[in-house]
Design a protein around this ligand. Sequence first.
Ligand code: SF4
Length: 296
Amino acid sequence: MEYSISTFEKLLQACSSENKKIYEIMQEKEAYDFEISVEEVRAKILKNINAMKEAIVSGLTSKEMSFSGLCGDDTNKLKEKYKKSPALFGNLFEKITTFALATIEENLRMNKIVACPTAGSCGIVPAVIIALAQEKDITEEDEINALITAGTIGYIISSKIAMAGAVAGCQAECGVASAMSAAAAVQLLGGSNEQIINGATLALKNILGLTCDPVGGLVEIPCVKRNAFLAVHAITATELVLANVESKIPPDEVIDAMVQTGQLMSPLLKETSMGGLATTKTGKAINKCLESKKQK
Ligand code: SF4
């Protein structure tokens, strides 16, 4: 079916006039746009879910450091910590934080990369969907519905702004991933279409202005740990909307604010590594070491 869903308002109108969930509208749109069946759309999504699971599984067992030697052992440290003392917030929190780190660490090892929406923010959506699915005994069909829901959020945001730290800072990478994850989580937990959009809105609204200032120009510091933080951020948004807490600023206006914030951000804080964490005393020292390592 042909749908125009360039805004959250239009998406909700389509859902309401067809009496359908967000994922149903989106899978029909995708099938129409790419001239394939809904079953084929869902098969493609399942392939992506399986790739996410592979990244998590191999990330949970690998201890290989990245080429820079800066990152690659955080998943293992967290796993060891949880063996000795469980997470304060329980099993779901343990899984979400370790899965997020496992996925992004696989990315920096150049192994399985599941850009979602970008490589630097790849751990957030997989962690939330797969951890929740495991903890709540959620079926594969529901995982597919959740990933389509997450993708719909990314699709609408990307119609307004490129999802890249170089364009709008990390709000456009990890921030968007967190919004996508909140939407997926609300879908998995049986929330309404309005709650799904509200979850994405709350997650994004509360991360506006996040800078992109990677040390040494590598997607490692602060990116790796940021994936764990923003996966948990998505769950905070999920809990709030399931309690019927609403964003007072409508979703499409939050996206406008994000676009404006990105435009107002200094280029020094948009993936140039010329400001923020990248130019701290330690950030510069790390960069210097990396430069001499490259020359050897
Ligand atoms: S800090 Fe920059 S490079 Fe790292 S994940 Fe965020 S947007 Fe990507």
